[in-house]
Design a protein around this ligand. Structure first.
Ligand code: NAD
Length: 496
């Protein structure tokens, strides 16, 4: 995909309710929020901020569509056909969707078109295939009874997404919810509002009935909170920070004990033993994981734990890979280091690194703002050594390209260092010893463990989700499909 001119991208702003764009608020007048491009800080559009009346209108619309459009009642195979068409339209729209994604987020255009859009489409196909394959069960009862569970959609799913992969994160919520027969009201991050609007347009073009997939714009504390608390929302699914996840869980409890899926923050370790095969590959995995999307990835492997003796050599190789990256605007085809989402977030990264250095850490690489050539907030890939489990940069989720380095001698020591007091999202183990790898698979408190690799594949069957404060429930896999259904138990007495 070629570079593009950010000023040439047409933006359609608004909410998307009942199959059409809705411009403003119902009662509060036109409260709006300006939206800036992360690559250069230029304000390029604004969004309307949904108030309570607007949220109510979106959810009621979704509820009516759920009840009357036929989406939930149609033959599941027909629903699958529509979702496959939706996926085809998404894929064909890659030039437009990719530009919208790159313009407003931290995703470079080459990756947005080459990965984010096709991954979004393929996720739709994956869940379309569940629609007519997973249902309820007949239970083993005595001969005089028939017992079964019937799988039923919740009705309206309230979905709230973060800014770091706007399309992909939203699709992980929307695809299983729609395949299971629900209607959805999605609130994207106020920082990345536009690509999912295009997604909603394409859903209608594909034949998803108007009102089944709606998008509302707004900030979390008003629009997000109203959405979660709306009495017609049957289930909430959220991806974002652990702090917001806790607020949403509270709101779900207070507004009707709603079930909730929470995909939250992480501080994932990468454990490297001296016998790890192909050290260059290991270095590439580690550097790739902390610099991909400039470290703004929930599962980024931000804590490097290396067996003593190997640490200096590995650090050197990682440093060389850091130096190869090219910071630049997301609309430049050759950009390989993304901007930080906003100036305040870049300042936060800078402050955490500064305080960790003041407390005694050593700066091996990076530690500075860099010029991305477009006045955006860029931060250099950074490696901090001489840190302890109490160092701020080791404890806190930084959400930037900052890697910490700790060393260990024994397996026991490595495992103890790897366990984070709060987070348990993912972990990587690099070793040639199968028994050791499996001992770590068993011992690590993490929702995902990668062995001799780091990062997801396109195997959508493998679910993702956190242990501890990294979340509740799963995205992806069969689990995410089932989480969009509730199961009714039926027992019938067959005796005459
Ligand atoms: P955030 O929690 O600040 O915001 C996420 C979304 O929640 C936004 O749409 C926001 O408007 C909304 N929101 C904020 N307050 C709300 C409230 N009180 N009620 C309802 N909605 C509210 O997170 P972010 O900065 O957008 O994303 C980064 C975070 O997301 C990181 O912590 C990262 O680890 C996490 N994340 C996790 C996963 C995962 O799969 N576990 C994936 C991506 C990102």
């Amino acid at each position: 995909m070629n570079s593009f001119n950010p000023n040439d991208v047409a933006i359609r702003s608004g909410h998307f309710i009942g199959g059409e764009y809705v411009d403003g608020n119902e009662r509060d007048g036109a409260h709006r929020m300006e939206v800036a491009r992360p690559s250069d800080g230029v304000i390029y559009a604004s969004i309307p901020l949904a108030d309570a009346a607007l949220v109510d209108r979106a959810v009621e619309n979704a509820w009516q569509a759920f009840r009357h459009s036929g989406w939930a009642r149609m033959a599941p195979r027909d629903r699958a056909k529509i979702l496959r068409r939706f996926a085809d339209l998404v894929e064909a729209d890659a030039p437009t969707l990719g530009r919208l994604e790159a313009l407003g987020s931290t995703r470079p255009i080459a990756q947005a078109v080459g990965w984010d859009v096709p991954f979004t489409a393929e996720g739709m196909r994956f869940y379309a295939e569940f629609a007519d394959k997973l249902g309820g069960e007949v239970a083993a009862t005595d001969h005089d009874h028939l017992g079964m569970t019937i799988a039923e959609p919740y009705g309206v799913i309230g979905a709230i997404a973060p800014w770091n992969f706007p399309l992909v994160m939203a699709s992980w919520k929307i695809a299983p919810a729609l395949a299971a027969g629900n209607a959805v009201v999605l609130k994207p991050s106020e920082m990345t509002p536009f690509s999912v609007l295009r997604l909603a347009e394409l859903a209608v073009q594909a034949g998803v009935p108007a009102g089944i997939f709606n998008v509302i714009q707004g900030d979390g504390r008003v629009a997000g909170d109203q959405l979660v608390r709306h009495p017609r929302i049957g289930k909430v699914t959220f991806t974002g920070s652990t702090r917001t996840g806790a607020a949403i869980m509270t709101a779900c409890a207070q507004s009707g004990t709603k079930p909730v899926t929470l995909e939250l923050g992480g501080k994932s370790p990468q454990i490297v033993f001296a016998d790890a095969p192909r050290l260059d590959d290991v270095a590439r995995r580690i550097a790739g994981s902390i610099t991909g999307n400039a470290g703004q990835v929930c599962v980024t492997g931000s804590r490097l734990l290396v067996q003593r003796g190997l640490a200096d050599e590995l650090a050197e190789r990682i440093g060389k890979l850091f130096a190869e990256l090219k910071p630049g605007a997301t609309w430049a085809a050759d950009t390989t280091l993304s901007p930080i989402i906003s100036a305040p977030q870049a300042a936060r990264i800078e402050a955490i690194v500064g305080r960790t250095l003041e407390a005694g850490a050593t700066l091996r690489y990076g530690g500075t703002r860099v010029d991305g050539g477009a006045h955006g907030a860029f931060y250099s890939p950074t490696l901090l050594a001489d840190v302890t489990p109490h160092s701020e940069a080791v404890r806190e989720e930084i959400f930037g390209p900052v890697l910490t380095l700790q060393t260990f001698d024994t397996e026991e020591e490595a495992l103890a260092l790897a366990q984070h007091p709060d987070y348990g999202l993912a972990a990587g183990v690099h070793t040639a010893d199968l028994g050791r790898a499996l001992r770590f698979v068993r011992g690590l408190e993490a929702g995902t463990v990668w062995v001799n690799r780091y990062g997801r594949s396109a195997d959508f069957m493998i679910p993702t989700g956190g242990y501890k404060r990294s979340g509740i429930g799963k995205d992806l896999g069969r689990q995410a499909y089932e989480a969009n259904l509730r199961f009714k138990s039926v027992l019938i007495d067959l005796r005459p």
